[in-house]
Design a binder for this molecule. Structure first.
Ligand code: SF4
Length: 269
């Protein structure tokens, strides 16, 4: 399908893929300001534990999504927000034990911690519900939050069918999206701490980021500590080559320092 003009094809279904971050939120705001029809705004929420309703998103961020952003988008802008959750969660993926693993040494072992760079949570918990949702919708256009100055991402996007970057089309650069969000009280509180949205257990998190997590949410860190005591894990490394105990030792060391360093440098890109 050729690219649609926003105004021409009223019959085409159109969605914004939303993470709650500044760029995708600014895309929704611009759709609203320009009167662009949307059939919905779609977000995938990774869950840590369905049974106890513990989200995998940072607590401040997901609370803002449900209590502030979703009501504004739905009630003020008139766009339906779909927050998708996969049936599985982090706990289920952690304890996944394949019956006939391809590598015999993995027999009777749990999958364990996520592998940085090959994240099962991304494939199963984040992308799978999105794929299912869009398979059910059928052919539609998806607006993604990529800015005019993100050349590499735009290059990748150009190979995808039916996806477009409204921000880039309007010439909006990355440094401009925060203010667009602020104008509508739609900037996630996670930016106040310098964090980026994503899962709080993400192996890509820096040691400083985990130190901050343990300080602000010791109950979540305790969840990971308990999991780290599990035996028979295929993947024992919590953060790339580091076991949980070593990450824990390093963050305690960091948290015991006076706060002259920027504790909020959260992620490594
Ligand atoms: S934020 Fe990290 S843990 Fe979560 S899906 Fe992405 S890569 Fe995986």
């Amino acid at each position: 399908m050729s690219r649609l003009s926003f105004m021409e094809d009223a019959a085409a279904q159109r969605y914004v893929s939303w993470s709650g971050g500044e760029d995708s939120t600014a895309s929704i705001i611009l759709c609203h300001e320009k009167g662009i029809h949307l059939d919905g705004v779609v977000m995938s929420e990774v869950m840590f534990d369905h049974r106890r309703n513990i989200s995998g998103e940072h607590p401040e961020h997901i609370e803002w999504v449900y209590k502030t952003a979703k009501p504004i988008i739905e009630e003020q802008f008139g766009y339906k927000v779909y927050i998708l959750r996969d049936e599985s969660d982090y706990i289920q993926e952690f304890f996944y034990t394949p019956k006939n693993p391809r590598i015999p040494e993995r027999a009777n072992k749990h999958a364990g911690f996520l592998l940085g760079g090959m994240c099962v949570a991304n494939r199963n918990l984040k992308m799978r519900p999105l794929r299912k949702f869009f398979a059910e919708v059928g052919e539609c256009e998806q607006i993604v939050g990529i800015c005019a100055d993100e050349a590499a991402r735009l290059q990748k996007l150009s190979k995808k069918v039916n996806r477009r970057a409204l921000l880039a089309e309007l010439g909006i650069e990355k440094h401009e999206t925060a203010q667009i969000c602020r104008n509508y009280n739609l900037r996630s509180p996670i930016y106040k701490t310098g964090k980026r949205q994503g899962c709080w257990f993400c192996p890509n998190t820096t040691i400083k980021g985990f130190a901050e997590l343990k300080k602000r949410h010791p109950e979540l860190w305790e969840e990971l500590r308990i999991l780290s005591l599990t035996e028979n894990l295929v993947s024992q490394s919590f953060r790339y080559e580091l076991p949980f105990s070593e990450v824990d030792r390093r963050i305690d060391e960091l948290n015991s320092l006076p706060e002259q360093i920027s504790i909020f440098d959260f992620w490594e890109d």
